[in-house]
Design a binder for this molecule. Sequence first.
Ligand code: B12
Ligand SMILES: *[C@@H]1O[C@H](CO)[C@@H](O)[C@H](O)[C@H]1NC(C)=O
Ligand SMILES: *[C@@H]1O[C@H](CO)[C@@H](O)[C@H](O)[C@H]1NC(C)=O
Ligand SMILES: *[C@@H]1O[C@H](CO)[C@@H](O)[C@H](O)[C@H]1NC(C)=O
Length: 135
Amino acid sequence: MMAPALLSAVLLLLLLPAASADSSDPTNFTIMVTNAVTDSANQTYSTYVVYRGILLGGMRRLQDSNSGFSFTYTENLNYGPFLESVNGLAGNSEERTYWELLVQKPNSTVIRPDVGIGCYIPSANDKIILNFNRY
Ligand code: B12
Ligand SMILES: *[C@@H]1O[C@H](CO)[C@@H](O)[C@H](O)[C@H]1NC(C)=O
Ligand SMILES: *[C@@H]1O[C@H](CO)[C@@H](O)[C@H](O)[C@H]1NC(C)=O
Ligand SMILES: *[C@@H]1O[C@H](CO)[C@@H](O)[C@H](O)[C@H]1NC(C)=O
């Protein structure tokens, strides 16, 4: 007969792997490329990050999978990666255009993250919207 405290410790050890299993599943999300300046066709792609991985990682994975998605970024000293171009189209300070980062949550609410692609951590089923826009 095991003491109740020992028994619950053994039970906890048995249950732990199951309880943390979700952190080993990929976090699936989509990336939609839109253009508010020229109104060209939207493109949607699917990718994923590991548990609490950053958006930039999911974008690199998508680019490396030959899905037709490509992007470039510049490195800002203070804020990290600034998304410069998507699918060959680059933002331009003379024309005051840039790639805006928006996120449509599963309940359809659209947010505008207050961080860039190097800091945003996608949630499952986010629709990341990379929107070519003016400022
Ligand atoms: C103006 C501005 C912009 C302009 C910059 C272009 C321009 N020529 O004006 C535009 C509209 C492009 C912009 C875009 C974004 N911005 Co902005 N921006 C600012 C703002 C208001 C002033 C920056 C500035 O002119 N500084 C003075 C100059 C002399 O210094 P600078 O180092 O040369 O400034 C450059 C950087 O700030 C850079 N920059 C601007 N925003 C961002 C964002 C990121 C992630 C990076 C890496 C660089 C960067 O562009 C400036 C000009 O080259 C700051 C807030 C503030 N008051 O500082 C926010 C700020 C820097 N931006 C921010 C954010 C979040 C964004 C976006 C991600 C918003 C979005 N959801 O789309 C996008 C970037 C998306 C991408 N393509 O990667 C955050 C960054 C916080 C963080 N830790 O990541 C700030 C601090 C505002 C906030 N919400 O708190 N932004
Ligand atoms: C994520 O996507 C993969 C491949 O499309 C799929 O097999 C997996 O079940 C998805 N995971 C979740 C948690 O939806
Ligand atoms: C692209 O997506 C945006 C934002 O969801 C939407 O407003 C627009 O109508 C779409 N454009 C096309 C051409 O489907
Ligand atoms: C939608 O979901 C987000 C988080 O995923 C939450 O912050 C927000 O309050 C929700 N909005 C509505 C209208 O339910």
